[in-house]
Write a protein that binds this ligand. Structure first.
Ligand SMILES: Nc1ncnc2c1ncn2[C@@H]1O[C@H](COP(=O)(O)OP(=O)(O)OP(=O)(O)O)[C@@H](O)[C@H]1O
Length: 589
C-alpha cells in the first residue's frame, strides 16, 4: 500500500476533526479512559491469535530498533482494540497514562482524531502528529498507522507506531505500511497452507468414501468446492452459496496443530449400513484368531471360489461376507443376501430362480427375477444354509453344478455369473453325518471354509467394546476396569451382537459417565460379579464349582493361558490359580 501525499493526509486530519465536533467531543474534555476487563481482553486476544502470532514475529525481529527509536509498535483489531504491543519501556509507561496500551479502544469516536481511528475509518495509512490530535491530552504523541487487510480484502486491523512527538521520524509511516503488507503476505501464505491441508483432507475423504457428497467451506461458511455427489444432493448451483447445514451431513473442522482452521469439510454422516456395505476396515479386533480369519478372507476375496462361513450366531458372518464382496473384483456388482432358513419350502425355487408371468396362483402377474439373477455379476450370500430343507438343497445343488437357473414356469434357462458365499451357525459336518445336509452340496459350498471365533474365545473383548461404543455414537464413554473384567468373564452366548446391545444399554444407564459393572445387564449368573438375581435362582443356577471352573477357563482363554494375567483378572493369587487348575484338571484345548 502506498502512502498518501501531504495534502491528502492534511485532509484526512481535517475531516476527522469535523467528525469529532459532530460527535460532540471537546479537545479539553477528559477522554474515554476505560480499559476492557481482563476476561474480555483474554477473549479478544484468543479471537486474534493468528494475527497476533504473525505480528509478534515481525515486530519481535525489530524490537531493538523500536527500543532505540523510543517508540512503541501496536497491533489493533478492526474494532479499534489494542491487542498487542511492544515498545521502549519509558515511553510505554507514558503511553499508559493516555491508555495507549493493550485493552484500550482507540476508535475515533472515543479518542478523537488519532492515527489508529483514522486509518480504520479511511482504510489508508495515516499519520497524526502532535497538535493534529483532537485531544489536548494526546498532543505529546506522534503516531503512524497502516491498515491490514485479509487476502480477501477484509479489514482486519491496523499496525501503529507511536512515540513522543520529539521522536518523529518520516519513515515510521512507511515502516507501518511495510509491516502491514508483510502481515498480509503471511496471511496469504497461511491461507495457501490451509488450502493445501483442506485439499489433502478432501483427497483422503474421496479415497476413503467416494462417492459421498463432499464440500469445502470458507471461513464465512460459503461453499467453495463441491464434488459431483454433493452437487446432486444440494443442486448444481450451490458453489458460492452459504452452507446452512443439511440433514445427514456432518461438518468436520480441520486443525493444523496450532489453531483451528475455520474452514470445514462436510461429509455425509455414515448411516450404519444404509446403502453401504461393510468392508474389512469395519471388522474390529486384534485377537490373533480373528486376524488370521480376516487375512484368509482377504485372500479369498481375490478369487471366485465359494466361501463357507461357520460360527455361532452374532460372530460376524454377514460382516465377513459383505467385506469379502466389497474387496473383490465384483464389488461394483450387487450383493444379495438370502436368509435360506426363512423361505418356505414351497417357495424356495421361485425365490432363488424367479418365475415367469402367471406361473402359479398368488404370483406377481409380471413374473419376477430370482435372487441368483439379481446377484448376477455380484455375490449371493446364502445365510442359514444349514436350515434349508433337503428338497431345497437339491435345487441349489443343481444351480451350483450347472451355473444356470430356470425360472419356475419357464422352459428357458439363464446363465448366471454369481459368486457364492454361504453361512451357518450349525455344525455342518454333524448335519451331514446325521443325514440332514447333503454331503455333495457341503463339498460344493466349502471351497474356502472359515470358522469365526466365538466372542468368549477372543482376547480383544475390551478393545472391541471401545470400538462398538464409538460406532454407536458414544466415543467418550469409557469402561471402568471392573466393567472390563465383567466383560472378559462373561460367556457371551450371543457373541458380538449381544456385546453390542449390552453396551448400548450400559451407555444409556451410565448417563454419560463411565460404564460400571452394574450398568452391564448380562443374561447369565456367571457374569463375573458373582451375584445371582432372584429369577436366575432354581434350575438354571450352576453349581459353585461349575461357575468357578467356567470363570477360570474363560480367564485363561482370554489371556492366552497367561496364568499371571488370568489370576489378576480373577482377583486371586497365582498359586491359588495353579492349585485350582490342577484340582479341576483344566487343560488347554
Ligand atoms: N469384529 C467385529 N467388529 C465389529 N462389529 C462386529 C464384529 N463382528 C460382528 N460385529 C457386529 O455384530 C453384529 C452381528 O454380526 P453379523 O450379523 O455379521 O453376525 P452373524 O454371524 O451373521 O449372525 P447370524 O448368524 O445371527 O446371522 C453386527 O452388527 C456386526 O456389525
Amino acid at each position: 500500500m502506498t502512502s498518501l501525499g501531504l495534502n491528502e493526509q492534511t485532509e484526512i486530519v481535517a475531516n476527522s476533526w469535523k467528525r469529532c465536533q459532530q460527535y460532540g467531543l471537546k479537545p479539553h474534555d477528559h477522554f474515554d479512559d476505560q480499559l476492557m476487563t481482563e476476561q474480555r481482553i483474554r477473549e479478544i486476544i484468543g479471537e486474534h491469535q493468528l494475527l497476533i502470532r504473525h505480528a509478534s514475529q515481525l515486530l519481535g525481529s525489530m524490537e531493538r530498533f523500536i527500543h532505540q527509536s523510543g517508540q512503541a509498535a501496536l497491533l489493533i483489531d478492526a474494532g479499534g482494540n489494542i491487542i498487542y504491543s511492544v515498545g521502549e519501556p519509558l515511553f510505554s509507561k507514558q503511553a499508559e497514562q493516555v491508555q495507549l496500551q493493550v485493552g484500550a479502544n482507540w476508535e475515533e469516536r472515543r479518542k478523537g482524531t488519532n492515527a489508529i481511528g483514522a486509518a480504520l475509518l479511511e482504510r489508508v495509512p495515516v499519520r497524526v502528529h502532535a497538535a493534529e490530535h483532537y485531544s489536548r491530552q494526546h498532543s505529546f504523541l506522534t503516531c503512524a498507522s497502516s491498515p491490514i487487510f485479509s487476502p480477501s480484502g477484509e479489514l482486519l486491523g491496523v499496525i501503529n507506531f507511536s512515540g513522543r512527538q520529539e521522536s518523529y521520524n518520516p519513515y515510521t509511516l512507511t515502516l507501518a505500511t511495510m509491516i502491514a503488507d508483510a502481515l498480509q503476505n503471511r496471511l496469504l501464505i497461511e491461507e495457501v497452507k490451509q488450502e493445501q491441508l483442506i485439499t489433502l483432507k478432501e483427497l483422503e475423504y474421496s479415497a476413503r468414501s467416494h462417492p459421498l457428497p463432499l464440500l469445502s467451506l470458507d471461513a464465512d461458511n460459503r461453499i467453495i468446492r463441491a464434488n459431483q455427489a454433493a452437487l446432486r444432493a444440494l443442486g448444481q448451483d450451490v458453489v458460492g452459496k452459504e452452507f446452512t447445514g443439511i440433514e445427514g451431513f456432518a461438518v468436520e473442522a480441520l486443525h493444523d496443530g496450532r489453531h483451528t482452521i475455520k474452514r470445514s469439510v462436510a461429509v455425509q454422516k455414515k448411516t450404519v449400513n444404509v446403502g453401504r456395505l461393510y468392508t474389512f476396515d469395519d471388522i474390529a479386533g486384534d485377537c490373533p484368531s480373528l486376524l488370521q480369519k480376516k487375512e484368509l478372507a482377504g485372500k479369498a476375496a481375490l478369487t471366485d471360489f465359494p466361501v463357507l462361513l461357520l460360527g455361532e450366531s452374532g460372530t460376524g458372518k454377514e460382516l465377513f461376507a459383505q467385506s469379502i464382496h466389497t474387496a473383490s473384483l465384483r464389488s461394483e456388482g450387487p450383493f444379495i443376501a438370502v436368509n435360506c432358513g426363512a423361505i418356505p419350502d414351497t417357495l424356495v425355487e421361485s425365490e432363488l430362480f424367479g418365475y415367469e408371468r402367471g406361473a402359479f396362483t398368488g404370483a406377481n402377474r409380471e413374473g419376477s427375477i430370482g435372487k441368483f439373477e439379481a446377484a448376477n455379476k455380484g455375490t449371493i450370500f446364502l445365510d442359514e444354509i444349514g436350515d434349508m430343507s433337503l428338497r431345497a438343497q437339491a435345487a441349489l445343488l443343481r444351480v451350483l453344478q450347472e451355473r444356470i437357473v430356470t425360472p419356475v414356469g419357464s422352459t428357458k434357462s439363464r446363465r448366471i455369473d454369481t459368486r457364492i458365499i454361504a453361512a451357518t451357525h450349525k455344525n455342518l459336518t454333524q448335519e451331514v453325518k446325521e443325514g440332514r445336509f447333503r454331503a455333495d452340496l457341503y463339498y460344493r459350498l466349502k471351497g474356502i471354509q472359515l470358522t469365526l471365533p466365538a466372542l468368549r474365545e477372543r482376547t480383544d473383548i475390551v478393545m472391541l467394546a471401545a470400538h462398538l461404543l464409538h460406532k454407536h455414537g458414544y466415543p467418550c464413554c469409557r469402561l471402568t476396569e471392573s466393567a472390563g473384567r465383567k466383560l472378559l468373564l462373561y460367556s457371551w452366548p450371543g457373541n458380538v451382537r449381544e456385546l453390542s446391545s449390552a453396551l448400548i444399554q450400559a451407555a444409556f444407564l451410565a448417563e454419560g459417565g463411565p460404564i460400571a459393572p452394574e450398568h452391564l445387564l448380562l443374561e447369565e449368573a456367571d457374569a463375573g460379579d458373582g451375584r445371582l438375581s432372584g429369577d436366575q435362582l432354581g434350575a438354571q443356577v450352576p453349581t459353585l464349582k461349575a461357575a468357578e471352573v467356567g470363570a477360570i477357563k474363560r480367564a485363561l482363554q482370554v489371556t492366552g493361558w497367561n496364568v499371571s494375567k488370568a489370576a489378576e483378572l480373577l482377583q486371586i493369587g497365582r498359586t491359588t490359580l495353579y492349585r485350582k487348575i490342577e484340582e479341576y484338571e483344566i487343560t488347554r484345548l
